[in-house]
Design a binder for this molecule. Structure first.
Ligand code: HEC
Ligand code: HEC
Length: 299
């Protein structure tokens, strides 16, 4: 049996060499991956450990094993590109790859994945701003892309973004058409921060552990605290009137889990919660970024 296998492998390798002459090499495929895949598939936190930023990374495969098998049109990576295995890649699609782009990758696999002359070196590890430094969208974007987008996007593997919350672009992270998940300048009031710390249930990512590493939770907190700035350093507009819902422990008179809010004559208070009680607050973001409660109740 083993001898037969060895023979098959040798036959495969010989066939591969014959084909390799006219197939595309990794210079072309790597450029496509750089454009559409490596924002997620690079670094120590690459999904499933799959790094697509170098020939060696692709060949090393994922924690499930090889993703490309020479001459095999059913290779896992090709199945992902065609949507034969879900979620379809690139995960942040649509748009997915064009037929021509998929053909380029499948021709390369058919040719035995030649590296070519131009070697592509793996990307350096992500550099996190130190505490106290500026945190901009590009510093936190990989956290959302690698950890949250498989559920929170139109390509969601749970049949649609949960609670309508998409986390694949800055505009979606800041969207306020449903409940707002980020209150710029106010991390305690931001559901995204509350969920990744586990302050609000269920903790995110929903399929964790592993949870978001401490240093990335700190980055997201600093990013929100500094005004949820874009790549150019421009702070997000305050989503005046956007709705917020907090469920947690009343830690002060008008405070849930340390997030303070305004209670006034317009606040409807049912079954007034006492400090230490589980409470729910629904409110609206004010022009100054604070939150005015429209409703407060014991849970
Ligand atoms: C927005 C982030 C993102 C982008 C962009 C992306 N991926 Fe993925 N990819 C993921 C995540 C997350 C998973 C794991 C999904 C899961 O847990 O089911 C994954 C899984 C995979 C797998 C499955 C590995 C295995 O072991 O089964 C392959 C293959 C893959 N991606 C290839 C690609 C290719 C090729 C591209 C570019 C054309 C790409 N991905 C772009 C995030 C991304
Ligand atoms: C495996 C799928 C999955 C992943 C991965 C995931 N989520 Fe979720 N998310 C859900 C589901 C399901 C819900 C709804 C749960 C509920 O509240 O009952 C949810 C709810 C949320 C909510 C609450 C929305 C609201 O309006 O109530 C936030 C905020 C959130 N997720 C943020 C994140 C962040 C940030 C990440 C990445 C660090 C993430 N999620 C990763 C599935 C996922």
């Amino acid at each position: 049996m083993r001898a037969v296998l060895a023979l098959m492998v040798m036959a495969g390798a010989a066939g591969t060499q014959a084909m390799a002459q006219d197939g595309p090499d990794f210079a072309a495929v790597g450029a496509l991956f750089a454009d559409r895949c490596v924002m997620c598939h690079s670094g120590d936190d690459a999904p499933l450990g799959l790094r697509l930023d170098s020939h060696a990374g692709v060949m090393a495969g994922s924690e499930n094993g090889p993703v490309v098998i020479a001459g095999n049109a059913g290779s896992p990576l090709l199945q992902r590109l065609r949507g034969e295995a879900e979620p379809q890649m690139p995960l942040d699609g649509p748009p997915f790859l064009s037929d021509d782009e998929i053909r380029l990758v499948s021709d390369w696999v058919a040719a035995g994945m030649p590296e070519g002359a131009a070697t592509v070196a793996p990307l350096p590890a992500r550099v996190r701003p130190a505490p106290g430094e500026d945190v901009l969208w590009p510093d936190v974007e990989p956290i959302f892309l690698k950890t949250c987008v498989k559920c929170h996007s139109d390509n969601s593997k749970v049949g649609g973004p949960p609670e309508g919350l998409r986390l694949d672009t800055l505009a979606h992270v800041l969207a306020s058409d449903e409940r707002v998940a980020v209150v710029p300048g106010n991390p305690e009031m931001s559901e995204i921060w509350r969920r990744i710390t586990g302050l609000a249930d269920p903790r995110m990512p929903f399929d964790g552990p592993p949870w978001v590493p401490e240093e990335d939770i700190r980055l997201i907190r600093d990013w929100i605290a500094q005004g949820a700035r874009d790549a150019d350093g421009v702070a997000a507009a305050v989503p005046v009137g956007a709705r917020v819902r907090l469920r947690g422990v009343l830690t002060g008179e008008n405070e849930i889990d340390g997030a303070g809010f305004i209670v006034d004559g317009g606040t409807r208070v049912d079954d007034p919660p006492r400090i230490g009680d589980e409470a729910e607050m629904r409110g609206e973001v004010q022009a100054d970024g604070s939150v005015r409660a429209t409703r407060l109740r014991d849970r």
